[in-house]
Design a protein around this ligand. Structure first.
Ligand code: HEM
Ligand SMILES: *[C@@H]1O[C@H](CO)[C@@H](O)[C@H](O)[C@H]1NC(C)=O
Ligand SMILES: *[C@@H]1O[C@H](CO)[C@@H](O)[C@H](O)[C@H]1NC(C)=O
Length: 497
């Protein structure tokens, strides 16, 4: 009974099963098969995220990238941050992605970043709103402002930090670099002065905030992320208080050329006067500028202190360059002409950014189906251009693992820690060097960051000899950090210039 029943059922269903199979075969034929880059998906949901985020030495690619690139090539697919992802260590594809922002690809940071930096933060905005916010930031760090206003501020804040250094004590160079960049940003954005009670308070709150930005986005009681969300609202309340205070002053003082000028002196005054952004938008803008302008350049400065202490020959050459600049000066403060003379310093800065890779990869997603070098990148997929991978590629930069500022000179005149000479590719710079990203989202503060590094290096090499007090190394978590804070000991040169 049962058997005949089953057979009967089977016979009844057979035609539909057959046609379904036929249909599927036809579907496969008519729909072109995607040629996805090779790779694997890893665990459900987590994918390969844990491996990808495992800390590694900042001057290396890390095991994960190393293994995947050697196994699959410079373009591979994976499953990261809960999404299907194409990872690119390919210079050409990275450039292609960044140049096609808004057309084929779009900025796409994880939701947790938006939660903490705010939905109006520049990192998460796209389209017109991004353009408006960007032009405010660019305006505020324009070449003209750098020359006139920022140059002086940068030097003042450098000296504020360096003058506090004591001989025969051990201190964290990373903390000192953070102090410098934080003070500078707080002054530039809200006219807050270092050392003052409220500045120090904000700095403390900000440290908690930062821990959350870089932590796992678990919004549970007691987690770093939850604490950071609380910090975020404390900081926003603080900034809002400052803003109300400012608005009050603006009304009180009214017009007047001179006062107008003074209002333009910091970002808050400028935005209040010249833009029609809402309070919420201004708060997020200020918070994200504080973040973008402080965390990155402080790491870059710490990295230069770290690389240089292992390369006395470069320090010697820097000293010669800066003594020469100092000797020819009449005025005490640095000016733009002095800055332009810091040629070898620029090589040191580029090499620090190349080898240290402050920002290692960017978050994008494909807006359309894209074909690149025969590979398909399906619309909606996450795309991660790994800018650091190109900087550490030995086929692009000879002996890429070595700190060699001379490779940036047209004529090479020596290397550090290696016997062979570096190389001066002329097209290499624009094509393969992108520490500040590229395209329509190129870092708005890149010129400021380089100015900060140069001025800091100027006073550092003129006044101090420094050494590591304890072994430490830069790790990528993937944000770059020195686990021990880069402890150093300094000696002042006996005859300061
Ligand atoms: C060495 C230091 C720095 C490095 C390595 C760096 C790196 C970067 C990178 C790679 C991006 C692109 C992000 C993306 O495309 O997704 C970026 C964006 C940005 N950076 Fe920097 N940055 C540095 C310093 C600064 C400073 C000092 C400021 C000043 C406030 C700043 C402000 C910004 C802003 C506003 C953006 C967003 C630009 C946009 O979306 O249009 N950065 N930065
Ligand atoms: C600011 O005003 C202009 C018109 O003057 C308008 O086009 C723009 O959308 C406004 N922006 C915001 C953020 O409200
Ligand atoms: C440093 O890199 C930039 C590209 O970001 C390039 O324009 C500049 O010429 C480089 N500087 C030196 C000294 O090579």
């Amino acid at each position: 009974m049962c058997e005949t029943g089953d057979t009967f059922l089977l016979l009844l269903l057979l035609p539909s099963v057959l046609s379904l199979v036929l249909f599927l075969i036809l579907l496969r034929r008519t729909r072109p098969r995607l040629n996805l880059p090779p790779g694997k998906s890893g665990w459900p949901f987590l994918g390969e995220t844990i491996g990808y985020l495992k800390p590694y030495s900042a001057t290396s690619l890390g095991d994960f990238m190393q293994h995947h690139v050697s196994r699959y090539g410079k373009i591979y697919r994976s499953n990261l941050f809960g999404e299907r992802t194409i990872v690119s260590a390919d210079a050409g594809l990275n450039r292609f992605i960044l140049q096609n922002e808004g057309k084929l690809f779009e900025c796409s940071y994880p939701r947790s970043i938006g939660g903490i930096l705010g939905k109006w933060s520049m990192l998460v905005l796209v389209g017109d709103m991004h353009r408006d916010m960007r032009s405010i930031s660019l305006n505020f760090m324009s070449h003209a402002r750098l020359r006139t206003h920022l140059m002086k501020e940068v030097e003042r804040h450098t000296l504020f930090v360096l003058d506090s250094w004591e001989e025969d004590t051990v201190f964290s160079a990373q903390d000192e670099a953070k102090k410098f960049t934080f003070n500078l940003m707080a002054k530039h954005i809200m006219s807050m002065d270092p050392g003052e009670e409220e500045t120090e308070q904000l700095k403390k709150e900000y440290v908690t905030f930062m821990k959350g930005v870089v932590s796992a986005p678990l919004n549970l009681p007691g987690t770093a992320y939850r604490k950071a969300l609380q910090s975020r609202s404390t900081i926003l309340k603080f900034i809002e208080g400052k803003m109300e205070e400012r608005k009050g002053k603006m009304e009180e003082e009214g017009g007047g050329e001179e006062k107008e000028q003074r209002m333009d002196d910091d970002l808050m005054g400028w935005v209040l006067k010249h833009s029609n952004l809402s309070t919420e938008q201004i708060l997020d803008l200020i918070l994200s500028l504080l973040f973008a302008g402080h965390e990155t350049s402080s790491v870059a400065i710490a990295l230069s202190i770290f690389f240089l202490q292992a390369c006395p020959k470069a320090v010697q050459q820097l000293r010669e360059e800066h003594i020469e600049i100092k000797k020819k000066k009449e005025k005490l403060e640095l000016d733009w002409d002095d800055y332009k003379k810091m040629e070898f310093t620029q090589c040191v800065i580029n090499e620090t950014l190349r080898l240290g890779n402050v920002v290692r990869f960017l978050h994008r997603k494909a807006l359309k189906d894209v074909r690149y070098k025969g590979y398909d990148i399906p619309s909606g997929w996450k795309v991660l251009p790994v800018i650091s991978a190109v900087h550490l590629d030995p086929s692009v930069y000879d002996q890429s693992h070595l700190f060699n500022p001379w490779r940036w000179q047209q004529q090479n005149s020596g290397t550090c820690g290696s016997s062979s000479a570096g190389c001066g590719y002329s097209s290499m710079w624009s094509n393969n060097f992108m520490p500040f990203g590229g395209g329509p989202r190129l870092c708005a503060g890149s010129e400021l960051a380089k100015l900060e590094m140069a001025v800091f290096i100027h006073h550092l090499v003129l006044n101090f000899h420094w050494e590591l007090a304890e072994d430490d190394n830069a790790f990528a978590f993937p944000f770059v950090d020195f686990p021990k804070g880069l402890p150093i000991r300094v000696r002042r040169y006996p005859n300061p210039l």
